[in-house]
Design a protein around this ligand. Structure first.
Ligand code: AMP
Length: 284
């Protein structure tokens, strides 16, 4: 039997209800498809903690801004389904856009506080409201025991955690560390956009970011480390830096001193491709 593919909310709830009656817990992995080893790490985490894992694939139109890559975003449902079947996933959920956003749809989830005022919130207006709204809907549709998110999208992870806590959603939000290529580049569906030369340049981002995180962790003054990291990025051919900031690990408020749990986050453009990455700062 192939991987069950569910298209509707009623179908999804019926299937999950059957598993629950059999006593099986459920993990949900929300994605936009074009799956890679990063997504599969989330799947493994879900299957490690629950007998059943559902992966959703939904290229959510509302979270792409004007001029962003909604049309271009890679879509490969057959290859994705094959990967998920091999990984032992219990079902693939492919919501229909008309059911997600029926005529008259008018509700948005707006997470307040610094999380939605800094970093990507500045550079992608409306993005996180759209993400919070679609993730809330997916969680309410599936009502899994746990839902899995990658640290790769660190601001999104903190946003989802804040939302789940504030709305008392009965779902545990679980984080999975970033999966990287051998040269350190974080896996991303958007890496497919990079030419060979851009791909080589892109590998400098994690290297420079990690060096800076290590220096800050070792006690170096934050501002000079960030200035030198920005200069290194520019010398590497990454001139378009949307942000490179040290932030509180939970609220994402910018910090000038590493005096609490913190994270270094960056967004840059390599050619026309926007890349994000982040590293924990570990004090030693
Ligand atoms: P996306 O399909 O890009 O929306 O990502 C779906 C989920 O996979 C999100 O929770 C991402 O943070 C996570 N993810 C994407 N890339 C990686 C990666 N390289 N390592 C770990 N998780 C990832």
């Amino acid at each position: 039997m192939g991987l069950p593919v569910l298209h509707g909310i009623a179908e999804l709830r019926r299937q999950i209800g059957q598993w629950r009656e059999a006593g099986d817990g459920v993990g949900l992995v929300p994605t936009m498809g074009a799956l890679h080893a990063g997504h599969l790490a989330l799947v493994r985490a879900a299957l490690g903690q629950h007998p059943r894992a559902v992966v959703s694939i939904f290229v959510n139109p509302t979270q792409f801004g004007p001029g962003e890559d909604f049309e271009l975003y890679p879509r490969q449902p057959e290859a994705d389904a094959a990967l998920l079947a091999d990984a032992g996933v219990s079902a693939l959920y492919l919501p229909r856009v008309e059911e997600m956003y029926p005529d008259g749809f008018a509700t948005q989830i707006q997470v307040g506080g610094p999380i939605s005022q800094v970093l990507d919130a500045v550079h992608r207006p409306g993005h996180f409201t759209a993400v919070a709204t679609v993730v809330c809907k997916l969680l309410m549709q599936a009502l899994p025991d746990s839902a899995y998110f990658g640290e790769k999208d660190y601001q999104q992870l903190q946003l989802v955690r804040r939302m789940a806590r504030d709305l008392d959603l009965p779902v545990a939000i679980r984080a999975v560390p970033t999966v990287r290529e051998a040269d350190g580049l974080a896996l991303s569906s958007r890496n497919d956009y990079l030419s060979d030369a851009e791909r080589a340049t892109a590998a400098m981002l994690p290297r420079i970011l990690q060096d800076a995180a290590v220096q800050i962790g070792a006690g170096a003054a934050v501002d000079p480390v960030l200035a030198s990291a920005r200069a290194r990025l520019q010398r590497a051919g990454i001139g378009a830096i949307d942000y490179l900031e040290l932030c509180d690990a939970t609220s994402l408020l910018a910090l000038r001193r590493a005096d609490r749990p913190c994270r270094l986050l960056a967004a840059v453009r390599v050619g026309r491709t926007r890349l994000i990455d982040n590293f924990a700062v570990e004090s030693r």
